[in-house]
Design a protein around this ligand. Sequence first.
Ligand SMILES: C[S@@+](CC[C@H](N)C(=O)[O-])C[C@H]1O[C@@H](n2cnc3c(N)ncnc32)[C@H](O)[C@@H]1O
Length: 350
Amino acid sequence: MFISSQPDPAPITRQLRAMFGSRLLLAAIHHLNVFETLGNGPLSLAELSDRLCLAERPAMVLFPALCAMELLDYDQQGRLQITDLGHYVTQSQTPNLTGYTGLEKDDPGAVEMAQFLRNDGPLASPQGISFVKEGDGPSPMDDTELARKFTLGLAGRAQLLSPIVAANLPKRTGHLLDVAGGSGFYTYEWLLANPTSTATLFDRQAVLAVAAELLDQFAASGRPGVASVRSRVTFQPGDMLTDDLPQTDLLLAASLFHDWPTSTCRQLAHRFAATLRPGGEIWVHDTFLNDTLDGPLAATDYSAQLFWVTKGRCYSRAEYQSWFAEAGLTPLPDAIPTKLDYGLIGARNG
Ligand SMILES: C[S@@+](CC[C@H](N)C(=O)[O-])C[C@H]1O[C@@H](n2cnc3c(N)ncnc32)[C@H](O)[C@@H]1O
């Protein structure tokens, strides 16, 4: 396994995403009364969601986060309960910290997070939801300026992670389909590492226009082998939810599923499985919740950030593998860490 000797900048993204975790904490203590609701004893995740009127997505963002913060855990029967630490944010314990945390409860981010948790996201968003194109509704990814802003915003992360991803994906002669490939860096690095292979970069037209400019920069880098990359990439604009996708040997879904709700992830898993030639593999590059849905904190903070800006959240490896198994694929055993709290998991056709 290849891990670059450069430092892992994860402390930067962890600090960035901690802001969303703080909002969850304040919303849970002061707006949703999670801890007072659990004051009479443990409740199953479904019962607690029901009492708090939380839909599946907000529940799966909030409760794993409170477990990662060590304020809740699961009892022997799998019910959520308050930990010794968590009792410090209940009013029934003396002394407690509810007065102190309450000094921040009117922070606009915390108030808005409580609204989002109750509504399963923003009630209305005239320009559409970041990173998402669905149906006939507006999408920032179809607006020239916004698509540029979002694609360039993610490009540095992709540039950093893509050499590590390329080094850990299978080496083979064949075709890579980089769905929702954004800046294209994952495609370009994989083609550099696989000099006899081809690739399709699939995304919205306005995003691909930016990716083409980044390919110009990549091709001008002077790195050995870079000259042939351009002729081996096809840019394919489209809608991955509805349009035909090309047949492929490898499909990469990088930071893709986490923008979508569970029902869409299932649908995408089926669509993607149908593109794989016999022996073909799908690889997910993402940040994963523990299968026990209790952390890690880096993933639950990221999940809170995704909950805020997209239609999705972080998922566990078990959730991914269940969708792939439903779609007829065989989960691959490896979970390969990359950087920035990301990792790779895969599943094979056959
Ligand atoms: C979070 S970005 C990930 C980009 C890239 N894979 C990366 O890791 O840097 C999600 C991408 O999904 C694309 N996308 C969203 N909805 C789409 C759709 N219906 N069809 C095709 N691409 C879509 C967006 O344009 C965006 O580039």
